[in-house]
Design a protein around this ligand. Structure first.
Ligand code: GCV
Length: 844
């Protein structure tokens, strides 16, 4: 503890003038909108611990960011302490919370034990004894630092930590802590799963930017300092004179939160909106175009942060159109930005999506290093290479991209995906921090002495001044931002890891849970437990041993679709065939990808014996009989983990149920609904993958589960009226590959005469909830209707398949031999109201 000498120091402040800033707390339903910034009123016991906390907030200096910091402290303390906290312009006899940038604070508190230096965006929180009592100081290395310090103070109180003896100095790990959005100007979001864009609608920035302001507040609280608001598959209109004033509106809203605006650009803009017939980066007219557009933006947005550019990737035009390099492309724009201190993020996600899949030497994983390693040292100082964390594309498990270790003279930032494109799209809980940590902590051995990815991307290893973290967030207009309340832990984790990548996943999960829900031990233990178990569970029932997420990779990337990755140019191949599975990426016999790592890392991945099991199939093609370290064969591992994963998902429901009454009813119910859905979709994954591998390998499950489903009655074997049997594509996503389709519309009926023992059963109805219409399902036992529901969810597909396969379970149904179970489906075309099976199991 460091406090000032007893007796305190002299102060010339006499007057206390209360400003109008004060906040009144009102109780409201928990919607998730405030996320971790709820500032829930402390219970009386906790409140007593903060009795000595000053109730007056004094701000040194004046600016939008500083005012934001002060107002946030007023708001947070008022709400948590349940007593008025006020902003004062000067200090009187009472203790205060004092906020300001370091030089101002040191000026005022002469002789106090305050650090002499704080890095940019850093802060110091201290408690100092003065003649007026203990004051709390929030000193920032910059105005942003003051804001971050304010949030840090509130976070500590929100988590019920002691603030009576503060002496904490924090600095962010890196200057780049950016969020990207893949929002389109028409209001849609590419890979967004929580409604339409909060930024755009109908080709324009939305009129009401309230949500943007509130989002900026959330981001500021976790240290984010720039926001790219439009899709990397960019619309060139963002650069037009008509659009720039709209950008300025967004910039004005987020600026008080210390967040600078950025946009994604289209490399062919000179031709598409610039009146040129060319976009060659070495053409002087093209350079002039970029300078003109950049200058126009800075006139409207003086603190504009810069651009993000996706070029020569997935059909986007780039420098290859003119035989130029990525450095040529980045540099022409970088030079336009440099006078304004702007930066350009050039995406390392460049690959050929039309690759010849028949060539065993072809490998998408090689692309980033093949493209960019030769250019190291050729980029302007304000270019940052933005590199996805793995060499493919946000799969459930990938090794760290070798490019992190290969660039010594180029700024780099790691791109992490918060939106759960390949991780259950926020319908499944999947806390990604542990996955990110594995990559961040991975030692690339780029030179002696340990070079984990986190130190490479922050610029520490090769002494780069620019570096850091970019997160693809894609929040939408759903009230709780990401659709699933628990998914917000990922946004929070991104910011906390960008601030300090040494923080553990558990620390982040605990902190987030306390702030988002409450700090009752049972609540914290349960939610943290679910969060930490969620990525391993998701991995178990989706993609094994580094083979990738076995989803429909050319579609919506959601449900299972095992062969979709094969025999096409997208390069997400797992090469599963009748005898084995995995990509041979070795130097000796494979694509040579492993050689892109430093020698010690490459040596370990080159050899089967030293490759970790969890990445085995990323690096090697092995027979299904290959034995893992666990002693299990690969095929049995696939069967076992898929059953285990589905059980884990079912366990999340049970665990979450225990929280009834311990957290608010609103979020308890909404998360429960998502977890129940997840548990049922995990069964779809389990069955699809195990059935497919059973078929392709010809090797049975030693536990006898695969292909053997007690209590299951296939729809196509029921007595059908107006239904017709149809093949489901891919076949493994329907039980026995078939479903009963109600394609003609109207009411279709499926009947089954129950012949089992009398008793109480759960009846699961497996059906397909297509996005192209609605279907109403009614189930009856005899003349007793036991359930009715409308299938109108949006899973991004209008066909029966692994995305749309959905389960409804009717619990505790009395059945007697001879009972007729009848399902009626009323479908509106083109929805086919498809039914897969029912499953009758003893009631749980
Ligand atoms: C924005 C993947 C996604 C695309 C995304 C692309 C990218 O391929 O599926 O939707 O495009 O990555 O990161 O550019």
């Amino acid at each position: 503890m460091r406090t000032s000498r007893p007796g305190g120091f002299a102060t010339s402040w006499l007057l206390v003038a209360l400003l109008s800033v004060s906040h009144v707390t009102t109780a409201s339903a928990e919607t998730g909108y405030d996320a971790w910034l709820r500032y829930a009123p402390l219970d009386p016991a906790a409140r007593d611990r903060y009795a000595s906390l000053p109730r007056q907030i004094v701000l040194l200096g004046e600016s939008p960011v500083l005012r934001t910091a002060r107002d946030e402290v007023v708001r947070g303390l008022t709400s948590m302490l349940g007593a008025p906290v006020t902003a004062a312009v000067t200090r009187g006899r009472d203790p205060v919370v004092l906020l300001g940038v370091l030089p101002r604070v040191r000026d005022v508190l002469k002789d106090a034990a305050i650090p002499t230096q704080i890095g940019a965006d850093g802060f110091w929180l201290g408690t100092l004894a003065t003649r007026q009592g203990a004051i709390v100081v929030v000193a920032g290395g910059s105005e942003r630092g003051v804001l971050y310090g304010a949030f840090a103070l509130l976070r500590r109180i929100g988590a019920h930590e002691d603030v009576t003896r503060l002496n904490v100095r924090e600095e962010p790990s890196a200057p780049i802590r950016w969020i990207n959005h893949w929002d389109n100007l028409d209001g849609t979001i590419e890979r967004g799963y929580a409604g339409r864009s909060i930024f755009f609608e109908g080709g324009r920035v939305v009129d009401d930017l309230t949500r943007v302001r509130d989002y900026a507040r959330l981001l500021a609280s976790i240290g984010i300092n720039a926001l790219t608001i439009n899709n990397v598959n960019a619309n060139p209109q963002v650069l037009t004179d008509a659009f720039v004033p709209q950008l300025a509106r967004v910039a004005d809203i987020i600026r008080p939160w210390g967040i600078a605006l950025s946009i994604s650009i289209d490399f062919s803009s000179p031709r598409r909106i610039g009146g040129l017939d060319i976009f060659d980066p070495l053409d002087s007219r093209v350079a002039a175009f970029w300078q003109d557009r950049v200058d126009a933006i800075y006139r409207a947005v003086p603190d504009f942060a810069g651009f993000v550019l996706k070029a020569d990737s997935e059909g986007r035009l780039g420098p290859s159109a003119y035989g130029r390099t990525h450095a040529d492309a980045a540099n022409v724009i970088a030079r336009a930005l440099a006078p304004h201190r702007g930066v350009i993020f050039y995406r390392g996600f460049v690959y050929d999506h039309l690759m010849d899949w028949r060539n065993p030497k072809n490998d998408r994983a090689r692309a980033a290093s093949d493209n960019f390693r030769p250019l190291d040292g050729l980029f302007e100082p304000n270019v940052v290479l933005q590199i996805k964390h793995g060499p493919i594309d946000f799969q459930v498990r990938e090794p760290a991209s070798p490019l992190f270790g290969a660039l010594q003279k180029t700024n780099q930032a790691i791109e992490l995906q918060i939106t759960q494109e390949y991780l259950g799209q926020q319908r499944h809980v999947c806390f990604i921090a542990p996955m990110w940590k594995e990559v961040l902590d991975f030692d690339m051995q780029a030179r002696d002495g340990g070079t984990p990815v986190k130190q490479l991307v922050t610029g520490r290893v090769f002494v780069r001044s620019l570096g850091g973290f970019v997160g693809v967030s894609n929040v939408g207009r759903e009230t709780n931002w990401l659709g699933h309340d628990l998914a917000m832990a990922n946004l929070y984790a991104f910011g906390r890891l960008a601030w300090n990548p040494d923080t553990t996943s558990r620390q982040i999960a605990e902190e987030w849970t306390k702030l988002t829900f409450n700090d009752r031990p049972q609540v914290v233990e349960t939610i943290v437990g679910i969060l930490l178990d969620s990525w391993p569970a998701y991995e178990r029932y989706t993609g094994p041993l580094g083979a990738g997420t076995l989803t429909d990779i050319i579609g919506v990337h959601y449900g299972p679709g095992i062969e979709s990755s094969e025999r096409n140019g997208w390069g997400q191949w797992h090469r599963a065939n009748g005898t084995g599975i995995g990509m041979d990426r070795t130097t000796a016999t494979g694509t040579g990808f492993v050689a892109q790592y430093s020698t010690p890392v490459a040596t370990s991945y080159e050899n089967l014996a030293t490759t970790p099991d969890e990445l085995l199939l990323f690096f090697h093609h092995v027979p299904y009989s290959h034995r893992l370290r666990s002693g299990k064969t690969v095929i049995q591992h696939i069967y076992d983990t898929h059953y285990q994963g589905a059980e884990d998902a079912a366990g999340f429901v049970t665990r979450w149920r225990t929280l009834a009454g311990s957290i608010d009813a609103e979020r308890h119910a909404s998360v429960l609904a998502r977890l129940e859905y997840q548990a049922s979709h995990a069964i779809v994954w389990r069955d699809a993958i195990t059935a497919w591998f059973r078929w392709v390998s010809g090797i049975p499950d030693t536990a006898g589960r695969v292909g053997n489903y007690p209590g299951r009655i296939e729809a196509e074997s029921m007595s059908l009226d107006r239904f017709s049997n149809g093949a489901v594509i891919p076949w493994e996503t329907a039980s026995a590959g078939l479903a009963a389709l109600c394609s003609a519309g109207g009411t279709c009926t499926a009947r089954h005469r129950y012949q089992g023992a009398a008793g109480t059963y759960d009846i699961a109805v497996q059906y397909f909830d297509e996005s192209d219409g609605t279907a109403t399902f009614t189930i009856a036992v005899g003349d007793r209707q036991i359930d009715r529901w409308v299938a109108d969810a949006q899973f991004g597909s209008g066909a029966p398949n692994g995305h749309t396969s959905t389960r409804r379970t009717i619990r505790a149904v009395r059945l007697s031999p001879g009972d007729e179970i009848r399902i009626e489906v009323n479908a509106t075309a083109p929805d086919s109201g498809a039914l897969d099976y029912i499953e009758i199991t003893p009631a749980r």
